[in-house]
Design a protein around this ligand. Structure first.
Ligand code: SF4
Length: 445
């Protein structure tokens, strides 16, 4: 269990020397208990205190990595139950299954389809990060050759899914250097699987039918010296999975129950692409660390990947684009200049609508700390001075010869002051970005 502030205080030197930046040792202990300070900030702590406190200060959910180099993925190390309390750190890894019963041609086709599941949204790249090879054949040789083919033909991380230690050992003989995730150890295979995982320095999935069994299983795995564990529950309906994922999260983060302090994995294998999207997105929303799906339909991935991207963005820091002058098409001295804010969603919406208009234009992106037009204006992050500064900084007056600036319709109220500040004609654009093509073609001309 977690140490309280008073427990921690008893282990500190109690000199109130302030070297940690806190006025007293008690204040530091309280911060440490709430995980708002690091033990390293106290240079005076004894070795004994460090030993006790570092164990207690360890994150309530372990960080687990698999894959290597650019293909390495990270799971866990979450600290809060709700995103608004702080933020979620390591986005759910979406993986796609590949059966070891596929023919050579079908296997290559499926790997190519999975490799293509990469998308760009509001300037960020999202996509499938892992392939799960499934030992449907029950044969070690087929499993190993499929795993090797995936390793050869894909840049994604690898998950080896088999209940048979011999199959896992055979696949690792071909793929261990890529540090795959091994799935799974069960009650009857835990010793053999943990031994293989430890020998190959790979993380291991513990898979059980209930949370109690799972907690026992992770303790057994840990007793064999393996710390990198992922939790998985089997034989449950989607509703039961969601309930249990929530329970695991509460026990890990709120109760600091170490046997469940690991990221989780769920497998979605039933239903068509739409049903899998629905199930996977629900699991992503309810804390699942890895979701393995069976579909390769591109349309099925956008909702789940977008949900993950949104949930794992920092609620305190909206996704932003660089504030600068962007050129859309090949604008010249007669092209329109339109300003907007550096909130990513706003910028990319405006950008795509201008592209759709086929009117080459400049977009002046003003730094509003990632807030949208109305939010920025109401918070005084968008005013005539800020726009005038951005115009000067980007030397807009030397890019065009017309001295006309199109402003978002929602901040038409700015036009008078902006005209005075710039000495330019202010044209009030449409309120909705989707009306920009019509505006540029009919009003701007
Ligand atoms: Fe106490 Fe250590 Fe902070 Fe000094 S640095 S006040 S000893 S916690």
């Amino acid at each position: 269990m977690a140490l309280t502030g008073l427990d921690i205080f008893k282990l500190l030197p109690k000199t109130n020397c302030k070297k940690c930046g806190m006025p007293t040792c008690l204040a530091f202990a309280m911060q440490l208990a709430q995980k708002r300070a690091k033990l390293d900030d106290c240079p005076c702590a004894s070795e004994e205190a460090k030993g006790t406190l570092s164990a207690a200060a360890a994150p309530p959910m372990r960080l687990v990595k698999f894959g290597t180099g650019d293909n390495e993925v990270q799971l866990g190390q979450e600290t809060v139950l709700f995103r608004h309390e702080e933020k979620f750190y390591n986005p759910t890894v979406v993986a796609v299954s590949v059966s070891d019963k596929l023919s050579v041609d079908a296997l290559q086709k499926r790997i190519e389809s999975i490799n293509a599941l990469q998308f760009e949204r509001v300037g960020l790249k999202i996509g499938v990060k892992a392939i799960a090879v499934i030992n449907d054949s029950g044969q070690a040789e087929a499993f190993a050759s499929t795993a090797a083919a995936v390793k050869e033909s894909s840049d994604t991380a690898l998950i080896l899914c088999s209940d048979l230690p011999d199959s896992i050992a055979a696949a690792l003989a071909q793929t261990a250097e890529d540090r795959p995730l091994i799935a799974s150890a069960k009650v009857d295979t835990v010793e053999a699987m943990a031994k293989i995982a430890k020998e190959n320095n790979c993380p291991l999935v513990a898979r059980a039918k209930s949370i109690d069994e799972l907690a026992d299983l992770t303790e057994k795995i840990k007793s064999q010296g393996l710390e990198d564990i992922v939790l998985s529950l089997e034989g449950l309906t989607l509703a039961e999975q969601l309930r249990n994922l929530t329970k695991i999260r509460v026990l890990a983060l709120k109760k600091v129950f170490r046997p469940l302090g690991y990221p989780t994995l769920s497998i979605v294998e039933e239903g068509d692409a739409d049903q899998q999207t629905m199930a996977a997105t629900s699991l992503i929303c309810k804390y699942c660390g890895i979701v393995i799906v069976d579909t390769v339909e591109p349309y099925a991935f956008l909702p789940m990947l977008t949900a993950g991207m949104n949930i794992y963005s920092d609620p305190q820091k909206p996704i932003q684009v660089e504030p600068k002058l962007y050129e859309i098409g090949e604008p010249d001295e007669n092209s329109p200049v339109i300003f907007t804010t550096n909130f990513s969603l706003t910028y990319y919406t405006v950008e795509s609508d201008i592209e759709a208009s086929r009117v080459p234009a400049y977009i002046l992106v003003v730094d509003t700390e990632g807030t949208s037009v109305l939010t920025a204006y109401s918070g005084d992050k968008l005013n005539e001075k800020i726009v005038a500064d951005a115009m000067a900084k980007n030397d807009v007056k030397n890019k065009v010869k017309h001295q006309k600036l199109i402003i978002p319709g929602y901040v038409a109220v700015m036009s008078g002051k902006l005209e005075e500040a710039l000495g330019w004609e202010i044209m009030v654009g449409p309120r909705e970005s989707s009306m920009l093509p019509k505006y540029l073609q009919e009003v701007w001309k």
